[in-house]
Write a protein that binds this ligand. Structure first.
Ligand SMILES: C[C@](O)(CO)[C@H](O)COP(=O)(O)OP(=O)(O)OC[C@H]1O[C@@H](n2ccc(N)nc2=O)[C@H](O)[C@@H]1O
Ligand SMILES: Nc1ncnc2c1ncn2[C@@H]1O[C@H](COP(=O)(O)OP(=O)(O)OP(=O)(O)O)[C@@H](O)[C@H]1O
Length: 279
């Protein structure tokens, strides 16, 4: 069985620059692709049923973004085949590292190939955007400077770093953060060439640390070792290191109540690499 990567992302910064009439927020961010993530495998079937053989506890298969992505593509392209899907879940859910969105993107891009749908990357990204704001960046698979609601993407090359990502064991609801009255919503826009980690921030971090003390505790702990920040709307926090060895050394010291992993920041996602190696 061939296993396809479904990598995580980090938001190296997140500035909120406005709000649209439909309530969605305009943002600027760098989506950093990571070398670490889930994996998915697909067996194509001759009937048209879509089955997830490894369900996620607490998520009905019909709500699972993998099944929703596969069904969307099947309907969009009038595919008369189906598939059995296997998932190796490693990424914490609801952590701001995009696990669900990445799973959806892997399902869309790999099934596009295996079902021979022939959709372009752009068409797959547009389809993916209907499932979630973060799906397009995983479909394109490049570390990117993002604008709009996250769909307007420009590839950016970030000096290679190692990230220690820690999950504080609490879930932050994205909608709650974006609906918070005190969320700052008018950061000045920056241009892609102005991006530096040190001069940017995550505009959601203040609200999340106030509402979720465990995120504040984790940030306070991690900042002792390296520059640290929250990703997305939380709850995961990351610290930036120059070497894998330094990041691993701090991972060993993470208190048992939290879980972490070390990943390398990559310009191209492992999924895009795997797809191009197949061609
Ligand atoms: C902020 C990020 O975490 C950055 O990576 C993401 O863009 C959020 O992506 P996501 O979790 O896939 O979010 P979605 O499922 O698309 O949206 C969840 C909810 O967050 C709010 N939302 C999301 C994205 C955005 N740009 N503005 C918003 O206001 C909306 O209320 C929406 O109903
Ligand atoms: N395949 C999937 N993997 C993970 N979560 C899924 C999946 N399908 C549906 N979900 C639901 O989506 C929710 C958000 O999951 P996800 O891991 O994408 O969050 P996240 O890391 O906060 O993402 P983002 O950074 O895009 O906000 C989960 O709590 C779960 O209920």
């Amino acid at each position: 069985m061939k296993w396809w990567p479904s990598p995580a992302k980090l938001n190296l910064f997140l500035h909120i620059t406005g709000r649209r009439d439909n309530g969605y927020h305009e943002l600027q961010s760098v989506f950093q692709m990571l070398s670490f993530g889930d994996e998915l495998a697909f067996d194509i079937t001759t009937d048209n049923s879509i089955q997830l053989m490894t369900p996620i506890e607490g998520v009905a298969n019909s709500d699972n973004l993998i099944v929703r992505a596969a069904t969307l593509l099947q309907q969009h392209c009038s595919v008369n085949k189906g598939c059995q899907i296997h998932l190796r879940k490693r990424l914490p859910m609801g952590g701001g590292i995009g696990g669900g969105s990445s799973n959806a993107a892997t399902a869309l891009t790999v099934l596009n190939k295996l079902w021979q749908c022939g959709l372009s990357t752009e068409e797959l990204a547009d389809l993916g955007l209907t499932l979630g704001a973060d799906v397009p960046v995983f479909v394109h698979g490049h570390t990117a400077f993002a604008e709009g609601v996250g769909e307007n993407l420009n590839p950016i090359s970030i000096a290679s770093k190692f990230y220690l990502v820690v999950f504080p064991n609490c879930h932050v609801a994205t909608g709650v953060v974006f609906n918070h009255p005190d969320l700052p919503r008018n950061s000045a826009k920056i241009s892609i060439s102005d991006y530096h980690f040190e001069t940017t921030r995550n505009d959601c971090q203040q609200i999340v640390t106030e509402c979720y003390p465990e995120v504040a505790n984790l940030l306070q702990w991690l900042i002792n070792y390296a520059p640290s920040r929250m990703t997305g709307t939380g709850a995961c926090v990351f610290a930036v290191f120059d070497t894998a060895a330094e990041a691993q050394r701090v991972l060993q010291q993470v208190p048992a109540k939290w879980r972490g992993f070390v990943a390398q920041g990559v310009d191209k996602s492992p999924l895009i690499k795997a797809l191009s190696e197949q061609d």
